[in-house]
Design a binder for this molecule. Structure first.
Ligand code: PLP
Length: 398
């Protein structure tokens, strides 16, 4: 079966809009095509007056790289622009962005409402650390907007991830952000899957939009980083309460790698979308595949805010497929967590369940052990499909 294009007009428009934003480079001395890496821990001042002015927060002056750095700031500026937000703050990991953002909002005695299939370590952060500060989390089926709204009264924070990890459940982010705002509840979303190219939740009323920049934004599986975007006031709160003290700042070198990743993000996403949809369609027609978890097959209103789809989705196989044999037969899909890089990856849920018994949202919220997550990379899609088809054929139990 030949590969045909799956790029929609909405995705094309989103790719063009992001490409235009990303051509807006900050001016640098000598006009290099690629900006420098300010690999410095501190910044000096020409005299007392300049130091005093900088400490008073006047002008663009930098003091110390744990708190601010021009290369890191260049990355933050681009993310804020892509998300349609006033400001952004970068971190040394997506988890640092999640924990520093959440902790900037909640206090002892507060309650969070979170979608049940949120990223595993976000779930474990909620379950293991937050109870020590007397903060509770109620998990909801994020696809059921009525259920989410019913859980909201009295909450301090609504935590979304649309589509959600592993099962790619969609949430009606416009409706939920509006409902939360009406009750003075801050909404946070993990937008790592869609990226700011294909979904801009802040423009739909979500207060803070965060990313594991380790995924598509970096795009080359060589950087672990995170970022959050939102209003100046909420980012200032993170800067005042958590970012400088928890200390998980982004390094200038990694900011440089992320800026490099951003330059090709729209074009990489075009390829991920096209190839993943091609492979999802082939899998859907396969006799031993029982289910595909991909937002393309959903009629949920949460699809309306997605301009396109990326390369990560899950499928389930019937009992006749020997899952360990299937994964071991693959030549191009490598067994590995994370996603968003150039390479194709596979995670069988059955293998990852054993890692964290008792504190895994999968066993609590029933993700099938027959589920297998794929990241469709930038390789030739027909070659990738041939690899999957061959491994499926040879892993049927006799
Ligand atoms: C959806 C999602 N959010 C957040 C994270 C955490 O990001 P990081 O690994 O950069 O800390 C991940 C990591 O896999 C993720 O998949």
């Amino acid at each position: 079966m030949k590969h045909e294009t799956h790029i929609t007009d909405a995705a094309k428009a989103a790719i063009e809009a992001a490409s235009l934003i990303l051509t807006d480079d900050a001016p640098h001395l000598h006009d290099p095509v690629v900006g420098p890496i300010y690999q410095t821990s501190l910044f000096t001042f020409k005299d007392f007056a300049e130091m005093q002015k900088t400490f008073a927060g006047e002008g663009q002056g930098y003091i110390y790289s744990r708190v601010g750095n021009p290369t890191v700031h260049d990355f933050e500026r681009r993310i804020a622009e892509l998300e349609g937000a006033e400001a952004a703050r970068a971190f040394s990991s997506g988890m640092a962005a999640i924990s520093s953002t959440v902790l900037s909002i909640v206090s002892s005695g507060d309650r969070i409402v979170a979608v049940r299939h949120c990223y595993g370590d976000a779930y474990r952060f909620f379950e293991k650390l937050l109870p020590r500060f007397n903060i509770t989390v109620d998990y909801v089926d994020g696809s059921d907007a009525d259920a989410v709204e019913a859980a909201l009264p009295g909450a301090k924070l609504l935590y979304l991830e649309s589509p959600s990890s592993m099962v790619f459940e969609l949430q009606d982010i416009k409706r939920l952000a509006q409902a939360a705002r009406a009750q003075g509840i801050t909404t946070v979303i993990d937008n790592s899957w869609a990226t700011p190219v294909f979904q801009k939740p802040h423009t739909h009323g979500v207060d803070l939009v965060l990313h594991s920049a380790s995924k598509y934004i970096g795009g080359h599986s060589d950087t672990v980083a995170g970022v959050v975007a939102g209003s100046k006031a909420l980012i200032a709160r993170i800067n005042e309460l958590t970012h400088p003290f928890l200390g998980a700042k982004l390094s200038p070198l990694e900011a440089f790698l992320l800026i490099r990743g951003l330059r090709t993000l729209p074009f990489r996403l075009k390829r991920h979308m096209d190839s993943a949809l091609f492979i999802a369609e082939r899998l859907r027609a396969h006799a031993h595949v029982t289910k595909i978890h991909h937002p393309i097959y959903s009629n949920h209103p949460g699809r309306a805010t997605l301009a396109g789809f990326t390369g990560l989705f899950t499928f389930e196989v019937d009992d006749t497929i020997d899952i360990p044999r299937f994964t071991d037969l693959l030549k191009f899909f490598r067994l590995g967590v994370s996603w968003g890089g150039h390479e194709s990856l596979i995670v069988p849920v059955a293998a990852s369940l054993a890692q964290t018994p008792g504190v895994n949202s999968f066993d609590r919220f029933s993700v099938s052990p027959r589920a297998i997550r794929l990241h469709v990379g930038l390789e030739d899609p027909e070659m990738l499909w041939a690899d999957l088809e061959n491994a499926l054929a040879k892993s049927i139990k006799t």
